[in-house]
Design a protein around this ligand. Structure first.
Ligand code: GLV
Ligand code: MN
Ligand code: MN
Length: 417
């Protein structure tokens, strides 16, 4: 049994949020600034208000609930995660950490605790990069790593830029720079996330305390040729963009294997235009997601990927490669790792130290403030799929660890529950 957090409250919030999907019955699809995203943001606002938080939507659409505490001028402890999703994803990836933050705020109030510094619960936009590419957009903007002047140059698949989508959502992109956090304004950032892998479940462990997050890069490639008639254009007179792209794509998995045992590479998005069965394709775009625990391996695999794609050029085809994201491997705060591990043990939970193969906003926030990340088990290790599942009791145990850590960071020893 969880000691503090209430599994039923967590369940109500997760299920409440999961109503806002563009693909009911086929998983969670909640793209940043979509209609479902607005509904989810409004739901979160109402829940944060009900938990006694002062709520604001910042200039890029993050929903932030704040408990001022006894000293509102002091640096805040921020707790949260993201509320956008991948296409046809699960209900826990992101929301688990958002509702964990809400539950921490609720528990502070339930126990009559007045923190000595502010506690902020944040629900972040566009972590997955599903809509505008790259990902980790909220944390990169909050920490100044993504220049808000570039928002007009980040298009979605329909050519709508992030700035245009913000305007349609009711935000003013010209004010986006105001979302950037003041240096020193955060005392700590804490995130809870589902593991998205099989380790905790297989070993019967309750929580993972993350010590490091792997490095990651994302590349978008465009191959251009000449459209033509499928019946009348001889094979040796074609400039078929797909034939060029496929030559490169077929080589990529081997490049990852040659880079090292822990390097992984995924082509998750491929578009062929104009998309007629009897038309020679003139435009192919695809993404390449690259990850490895060592920075040199990420860089080496990015370079090999570039070379393989560039080799598709020539013979009437042109190739463009755009690096959408590069984040080196990040160590998280050793102090917070120790704090979280100690509280897990004190709560009687089985924990293990982990390296995260998934990217998280925590990896960006770690460059701005001491950052800690807690994992809870994922059933079957499945994530980024509708089958994604974490038992609410397990989620509650992870929230207990987070709550204990927030208490330690915000309350004098005698007042901690
Ligand atoms: C987020 O889920 C990522 O690891 O890409
Ligand atoms: Mn994800
Ligand atoms: Mn996530």
């Amino acid at each position: 049994m969880a000691r503090f957090a209430d599994p039923q409250r967590l369940r109500r919030l997760i299920e409440g949020l999961d109503r806002f999907t563009a693909t009911p019955g086929r998983g969670t699809t909640r793209l940043t600034y979509s209609a479902q995203f607005r509904q989810a943001a409004d739901f979160l606002r109402a829940e944060m208000e009900a938990a006694g938080l002062g709520v604001r939507e910042d200039e890029i659409g993050n929903v932030i609930g704040r408990l001022d505490g006894a000293n509102p001028e002091r640096a805040a402890v921020m707790v949260g995660s993201h509320f956008d999703s991948v296409p046809n994803g699960g209900r826990f990836d992101g929301p688990a950490g958002v509702v964990a933050g809400l539950e921490v705020a609720f528990l502070l109030r339930q126990h009559g605790l007045l923190p000595e510094r502010p506690v902020e619960v944040i629900a972040m936009i566009e972590e997955e990069g599903t809509r505008f590419g790259g990902g980790l957009a909220a944390s990169r903007i909050l920490t100044g790593a993504l220049d808000t002047a570039r928002l007009g140059a980040l298009p979605d698949d329909d050519g709508v830029t992030m700035a245009e989508a913000m305007t349609a959502y009711g935000l003013d992109p010209a004010l986006a720079h105001r979302a950037v956090l003041e240096p020193g304004s955060l005392h700590a950032f804490l995130e809870l996330h589902i593991e998205q892998g099989p380790v905790l479940e297989a070993r019967g462990e309750d929580v993972g305390i993350v010590e490091r997050i792997v490095g990651m890069a994302q590349v978008k490639a465009t191959v251009r040729g000449q459209a033509g008639h499928a019946g009348t254009t001889p094979m040796n007179a074609r400039r078929d963009a797909l034939v060029g792209a496929v030559g490169a794509l077929a080589r990529l998995p081997d490049l990852a294997r040659e880079t090292g045992p822990d390097a992984v590479l995924t082509v998750g998005k491929l578009e062929v235009r104009p998309g007629g069965a009897n038309v020679i394709p003139d435009l192919v775009t695809f993404t390449v997601d690259i990850r490895a625990p060592q920075e040199e391996a990420v860089r080496a695999l990015v370079e090999r990927t570039r070379s393989a794609i560039e080799a598709a050029g020539g013979n009437g085809l042109t190739v463009e490669i755009e690096e959408q994201l590069f984040v080196p491997p990040v160590p998280l705060s050793a102090d917070l790792h120790a704090t979280l591990s100690r509280h897990a043990a004190a709560l009687g939970l089985k924990s293990r130290s982990m390296v995260s193969g998934a990217g998280h906003d925590a990896m960006i926030m770690a460059g701005f403030a001491p950052t800690g990340l807690v994992f809870v088990p994922s059933r079957g290790g499945i994530s980024h799929a509708p089958e994604e599942w974490t038992d609410y009791e397990q989620l509650a145990r992870g929230v207990d660890v987070l709550f204990a850590a927030v208490c330690e960071l915000t309350l004098p020893p005698g007042l901690r529950p």
